[in-house]
Design a protein around this ligand. Structure first.
Ligand code: CP
Ligand code: NVA
Length: 307
């Protein structure tokens, strides 16, 4: 693993290596603090879109491990506008030991990785959100102890977060179901990739339009915003189509009694999730958000600690 930008390129072993490292560093932190394994190392954080969790958890993660992080706002760099993506990658590689980027286009993310001589970590692209998926599976492992026989159901848009959960579920042998409105399904080419991984791991993949059928018998119910960053002009159209896909108490009641409710956040409360489901006894939203820190420390430690 030189970069961490695309879940499709990661092996099942790579994913377990990250989850195990994250667990180890979380335990070490809970026991009194981490060893400064990234002492003197600097991470550049390039953002083309807003962020709370990604920005803060990467910054804090670097501090926990003895390093530092630099926040570079969308206006500052003008990635692909003021300066070409390959040039940004090559310039940053002369200053820092790692680059975390949040881009619109995944092509820009791939270009950063191609031209940087330091590791590049994907903090969200339109294609996938691999750090989110690592935090999510760390959370699922904590609440469910094992992934054996689990059914994870995503309800909503077949977007970057849904795609990430599908790829990781398929690779780790977790049964994955998604319920989307017609027209918002997962793209066939990505389903084909996941199906190949699922055939090897034994996971089942199910693509539905009915949310009640989808959540029935689920161990994990997951949702995300109906309109992702960059799609704002579609917001009105989406608001008309997505309400039957809201996670509310009634829908949660169709899942297993001990199912956990997840959301990558930020949430549009009252749209894709009600307050009652987000704050109810089955919600793990905030431990899930906290685990972004631990998951990413695992990734940083594996990619940037090359002593
Ligand atoms: N879930 C997530 O990536 O949150 P931010 O957009 O706040 O970073
Ligand atoms: N699907 C959302 C996730 C935000 C963390 C988006 O891309 O805006």
């Amino acid at each position: 693993m030189k970069h961490f930008i695309n879940l499709v390129d990661l092996s099942t072993d790579d994913i377990w290596t990250v989850l195990n490292k994250a667990t180890e560093l979380k335990k070490e932190w809970q026991a009194g603090g981490n060893k400064p394994i990234l002492k003197g190392k600097i991470l550049a954080m390039v953002f083309q879109k807003p962020s709370l969790r990604t920005r803060v958890s990467f910054d804090v993660g670097m501090l926990h491990l003895g390093g530092n992080a630099l926040y570079l706002s969308p206006a500052e760099i003008g990635l692909g506008g003021r300066e070409s993506v390959p040039d940004v990658a090559r310039v940053l590689s002369g200053y820092v030991d790692g680059i975390m980027a949040r881009t619109f286009s995944h092509t820009h993310m791939a270009q950063l990785a191609e031209y940087a001589s330091v590791p590049v970590i994907n903090g969200l692209s339109d294609f996938n959100h691999p750090c989110q998926a690592m935090g999510d599976f760390l959370t699922i492992l904590e609440y469910k102890e094992s992934l054996d026989g689990l059914k994870l159901t995503f309800v909503g848009d077949g977007n970057n977060v849904a795609r990430s959960l599908m790829f990781v579920s398929a690779k780790l042998g977790v049964d994955f179901t998604i319920a989307t409105p017609p027209g918002y399904e997962m793209e066939e080419k990505y389903v084909a990739i996941a199906q190949k991984a699922a055939a090897e791991s034994g996971a089942s993949l199910e693509f539905l339009n009915d949310p009640i059928t989808a959540v029935t018998n689920s161990d994990v119910i997951y949702t995300d915003v109906w309109t992702s960053m960059g799609q704002e002009e579609e917001s009105k159209k989406r608001l008309a189509v997505f309400p039957p896909y809201q996670i509310n108490d009634e829908l949660v009641a169709h899942a297993k009694a001990d199912a956990i409710v997840m959301h990558c956040l930020p949430a549009h409360r009252g749209e894709e999730i009600t307050d009652s489901a987000a704050d109810g006894p089955q919600s793990v939203l905030f431990p899930q958000a906290a685990n972004r820190l631990h998951a990413q420390k695992g990734i940083l430690a594996l990619l940037m600690n090359n002593e």
